[in-house]
Design a binder for this molecule. Structure first.
Ligand code: PLP
Length: 389
């Protein structure tokens, strides 16, 4: 439950701030110590215990943002995801994973679980029934990602939360694509929320970090695993992340607005075949997204017409950068076939609906007219090259 009644931008800016009592500076002071006195103090502080002053302060902000009781910050999204998973799984256990997952999470599942004697199943769809079908007597975790990468499919948060409770299973979500600005899964009954803070929380493509937010009971369990795996974040980066999150609300809302406009523009373009964006009424998950999200997010994907070569299109873009990552204030595009889903066989990609011509688009905060102009000039260059001479 959200006990923090403040507005979202006030929470982003102020919650958890440290006070500079010495100099009355405007921002949280940065404490870089890795060594703290243990006599006459009730907290034994140490960076890998996730409890330095800056770590604790930022965790308060993150918990408030996800309507959680507590949160922890990690050195990367994968540190948070691997720690979160291993906190609830042991030899003999089983986990149900959504079929389209972030590549690193998929890789973790297929290369690590077996070593620990953990079995796993991927669903054959995104419906609650598809998850229920995979549940076994030893299933301990259900793991989802919504909106998903790269087709922005939507999974029913409330349905999954109820299903997990019915079977006494922990539900976990990777909430990276939505960010806490657009989606708060705990309000819909999901137990554990994970983030790659490298994306919207950092927002400027210069911070690598991860987050877990959950109830106190779940976080206590995660903490015990976290101190063993040791994936905490250095205080300097913690401090930078605190600064970035202050503008997360205004950044993400600008990116939402750009994505909505871009989805409409691309849908109307004769050079574009398909557009995948949950904000479009034609998207199969639109109604569900509308019921569980506050904004539809800054990510979309689309396919150019078959006569326009996607890699040539990338080459001619001047403003929009072809880039591996996402969620920065600069607009970027990526070809899942060439990058995130390159290791998958063409048949498997096809099964998941990922065409070779698919382009994933992460909207930044630039003016829409500039983005459209860039796309139009790139398309017309590709077309003029394709013309016989
Ligand atoms: C980037 C990403 C991750 C992994 O985060 P890192 O910070 O790169 O470790 C996990 N999930 C999603 C959805 C991502 O986009």
């Amino acid at each position: 439950m959200n006990t923090d009644k403040k507005g979202i931008n006030t929470t982003c800016t102020h919650t958890g701030e440290l006070e500079d009592t010495q100099f009355k500076g405007a921002v949280s002071p940065l404490y870089m110590s890795t060594s703290y006195a243990f006599e006459d103090v009730d907290i034994k502080r140490y960076p890998r215990y996730f409890n330095t002053p800056n770590q604790e302060a930022l965790c308060k902000k993150l918990a408030a943002l996800e309507h959680a009781k507590a949160a922890l910050i990690f050195g990367s999204g994968m540190a948070a995801i691997s720690t979160g998973l291993m906190a609830f799984l042991q030899a003999g256990d089983h986990i149900v994973l959504q079929q389209t997952l972030y590549g690193g999470t998929y890789n973790f599942a297929v290369t690590q679980f077996e070593k620990y004697g953990i079995s796993y199943s991927f669903t054959n769809g995104w419906e609650v029934d598809d998850f229920e079908r995979e549940i076994r007597p030893n299933t301990k975790v259900i793991y989802i990602e919504t909106p998903s990468n790269p087709l922005l499919t939507i999974t029913d948060l409330e349905g999954i939360g109820q299903l997990a409770k019915k079977h006494g299973i922990v539900s976990m979500i990777d909430n990276t694509f939505a960010s806490p600005i657009n989606q708060n899964p705990i309000d819909y009954g999901i137990d554990v929320v994970l983030h790659s803070a490298t994306k919207y929380m950092g927002g400027h493509s210069d911070i690598c970090a991860g987050v877990i937010a959950a109830s106190q009971e779940h976080m206590d369990k995660i903490f015990q695993t976290a101190i063993c795996f040791g994936g905490s974040l250095s205080d300097y980066t913690v401090w930078l992340l605190e600064r970035s999150i202050k503008t997360m609300g205004i950044r993400v809302n600008a990116q939402n607005a750009n994505a909505m406009k871009m989805a409409a523009y691309l849908s109307a373009s004769k050079d574009v075949e398909n557009v995948y964006y949950p904000g479009l009424e034609t998207h199969p998950g639109h109604a569900l997204a509308k019921s569980q999200m506050k904004g539809f997010g800054g990510m979309l994907s689309f396919e150019l017409n078959s006569e326009i070569d996607a890699s040539l299109f990338f080459k001619h873009l001047k403003l929009i950068k072809p880039s591996m990552s996402l969620a920065g204030i600069e607009s970027t595009v990526l070809s899942p076939m060439q990058t995130s889903h390159a290791l998958m066989s063409p048949e498997d990609r096809k099964k998941q609906g990922i065409k070779d011509s698919l382009i994933r688009f992460s909207l930044g905060i630039e003016e829409m007219e500039d983005l459209v102009r860039d796309i139009e000039q790139a398309i017309s260059k590709v077309k003029s090259m394709a013309m016989p001479v």
